[in-house]
Design a protein around this ligand. Structure first.
Ligand code: ADP
Ligand code: MG
Length: 260
């Protein structure tokens, strides 16, 4: 049965989408069957793994709101073992349309649960908000990864996010765990970057992943080619970091691949 991991932080530009697509691709390269669900109307994960959001048939929107067939909505990517449920700008309207639906917080869970057995990992990229779609993602998830940018105000908003997670644990999803806090866009030359790493580690201790994602231009270039970094430049620092993260997560979950 697959593990569902949401990538969430209501702050924009902290590396959620970069983490979703590159972690998913790295898990796939490690031969874990992986599904990435794009739950952001901006659809950057969708285009980042090579699909044009304008020309897709069904998105997570149709699956959640119109009960489209989930298996038929899944599309393959060029990376072996990596599938996608795409997003579409229509998802913007979903929050309003869902207001009157019964169990409106559980629509994504109903979608993910249908295909959970087909995958080792399901990674959900969230939008920069704590709205209903993100609540759906956290209700569907077994755990959450919180990317934190090694920048000014890194911890800003984190209290609110952790509080939201607590409320969801109490009311909607008692099994929701924190997989880890992920430090992103680290620049070894900047004192500030090092200060943030130290501050976050002091504050959150072993909740923080050992792997730190460096600022690396290949991570920002690869999406314009519709590729995760590992398929664009597998030896780049960014690609290697996300592969390390995938290994760390596999190990933490007791399913690391043993080299033969
Ligand atoms: P979010 O999904 O949280 O809004 P993104 O993953 O889209 O954040 O990242 C914001 C911007 O920063 C994007 O242009 C992305 O390409 C870039 N970016 C993210 N992580 C890195 C990194 N480690 N190194 C360089 N650029 C990055
Ligand atoms: Mg994003």
């Amino acid at each position: 049965m697959g593990k569902i991991i949401a990538i969430a932080n209501q702050k924009g530009g902290v590396g959620k989408t970069t983490t979703a697509m590159n972690l998913a691709a790295s898990l796939a390269v490690l031969e874990f069957k992986t599904l990435v669900i794009d739950a952001d109307p901006q659809a950057n994960t969708t285009s980042g793994v090579g699909h044009d959001p304008k020309s897709i048939e069904n998105s997570i929107y149709e699956c959640m709101v119109e009960e489209a067939n989930v298996r038929e909505s899944i599309i393959a990517t060029e990376i072996p073992n990596l599938d996608l449920i795409p997003s579409h700008i229509d998802l913007v309207g979903a929050e309003v349309e869902m207001i009157n639906l019964e169990s409106r917080e559980e629509k994504m869970k109903q979608v993910a649960d249908q295909v959970k057995d087909d995958y080792d990992f399901i990674i959900i990229d969230c939008s920069p908000s704590l709205g209903l779609i993100t609540i759906n993602a956290l209700t569907a998830a077994d755990s959450v990864i919180i990317p934190v940018q090694c920048e000014y105000f890194a911890l800003e908003g984190l209290g609110k996010l952790l509080n939201t997670i607590k409320i969801i644990q109490t009311r909607l999803n008692p099994k929701l765990a924190i997989e880890g806090i992920l430090l992103t866009m680290y620049d070894v030359r900047l004192r500030l970057s090092n200060q943030v790493v130290e501050e976050v580690r002091v504050h959150f201790k072993n909740m923080v992943f050992e792997t730190i994602i460096p600022r690396n231009v290949k991570l920002s270039e690869a999406p314009s080619y519709g590729l995760p970094a590992i398929a664009f430049d597998a030896t780049s620092k960014g690609a290697v970091a996300y592969l390390n993260l995938a290994n760390e997560i596999a190990e933490k979950n007791g399913i690391a691949k043993v080299a033969e």
